[in-house]
Design a protein around this ligand. Structure first.
Ligand code: 8YV
Length: 316
């Protein structure tokens, strides 16, 4: 019997991924974080890494893993992985696109509806026994509004389809215009924001989009506008956002992701014109199972010498 390959996990993984991993690999569960001496002993033998969309795989970690062949990310985003360093050492990177498009798009619409119609605030109003004292302040109409989407990839397109079903007009910004799509393209995010009631961020994280949503963009979105972020916290300048929310520069924000997750600034938590959820875009049982299956399938294919189901674009 050949020995199972050694695999290091770089995130706390769900049991439905951990179990198949443990059957097929010798799993070292976050050993690099938990036990430096034990890690130093196994590091030369580690052939695979498995983590989540939020995992950090730095050049410094890679330098300690001379036998590494593959990094399998259970997530569509892989902005924490130093892909250039992986490629330089012949390490392939895989992720799990497509299977989460519906869930993330569903959440984007749910957040937009929640912030516009003030549903969490209304729930708190009823629970606090305030209804007998009078009605809630009137909310913002969602149907027929203007949505601006920052990032028109697979998930952006799923958001746009749902927005159209609500009678919203859709415009977008992306690296380049997509002439096949029936939506208005803006090459500047501030110009898009100026034309939007709901600005939805669904662009990859990483250096290219860091603080793309800054004070001038929020200024352009304006006092009737709402920001929805289902991408990465890094894409929004959180300090500028808090300032804009406090001053009424924008009407409100609904956020699934934050700059320093799982820590959310007290100043943001204290505001009433926000809806805050803890990075749950893909967090349904069906979708997380599909993501786990794909992350495992990528590893299995690699060690069976078969084509990889979903390498990241840079590794195709
Ligand atoms: C999850 C995500 O948070 O896919 C992504 O990029 O951010 C999320 O779906 C996570 O990666 C689940 O493992």
């Amino acid at each position: 019997m050949t020995a199972k390959p050694d695999l290091l996990t770089v995130a706390k993984l769900a049991p439905f991924l951990m179990e198949p991993l443990q059957d097929a690999f010798t799993v070292h569960d976050r050993l690099h974080e938990n036990d430096a001496a034990a890690f130093a002993r196994v590091a030369p033998h580690i052939r695979a890494l498995c983590g989540s969309g939020e995992s950090k795989v730095s050049a410094a970690l890679l330098a300690q893993l001379p036998a590494l062949e593959i990094v399998s990310i259970m997530g569509v985003g892989y902005d924490g992985v130093d892909v250039a360093a992986c490629k330089a050492s012949g390490v392939v990177v895989t992720h799990t696109p497509d299977v989460l498009n519906d869930d993330v798009a569903d959440l984007a619409l749910a957040l937009a509806l929640n912030i516009a119609r003030r549903i969490p605030q209304a729930d708190r109003h009823v629970r606090a026994g305030l209804w007998p004292q009078g009605p809630m302040p009137l909310a913002t109409k969602f149907s027929g509004a203007r949505m601006g989407i920052v990032g028109m990839g697979r998930i952006g397109q799923a958001i746009a389809q749902r927005a159209r079903a609500f009678g919203l007009s859709v415009a977008y910004t992306a690296r380049s215009a997509k002439p096949d799509l029936p939506y208005t393209f803006h090459d500047q995010v501030a110009a898009l924001a100026a034309q939007s009631d709901f600005l939805v961020v669904i662009t990859p994280g990483g250096a290219a989009t860091r603080k793309l949503i800054d004070a001038p963009v929020l200024e352009a979105l304006g006092p009737q506008g709402y920001l929805i972020n289902v991408a990465r916290g890094s894409v929004v300048d959180e300090t500028a956002l808090i300032d804009a929310l406090q001053r009424g520069t924008i009407a409100g924000a609904a956020l699934d992701v934050f700059e320093n997750e799982p820590h959310v600034p007290e100043a943001l938590r204290a505001l009433d014109n926000v809806v805050l959820v803890p990075h749950i875009g893909s967090a349904t049982r069906a979708t997380r199972q599909a993501m786990a299956d794909r992350a495992f399938a990528n590893l299995q294919a690699h060690f069976a010498g078969k084509p990889l189901p979903s390498p990241v674009p840079e590794c195709r």
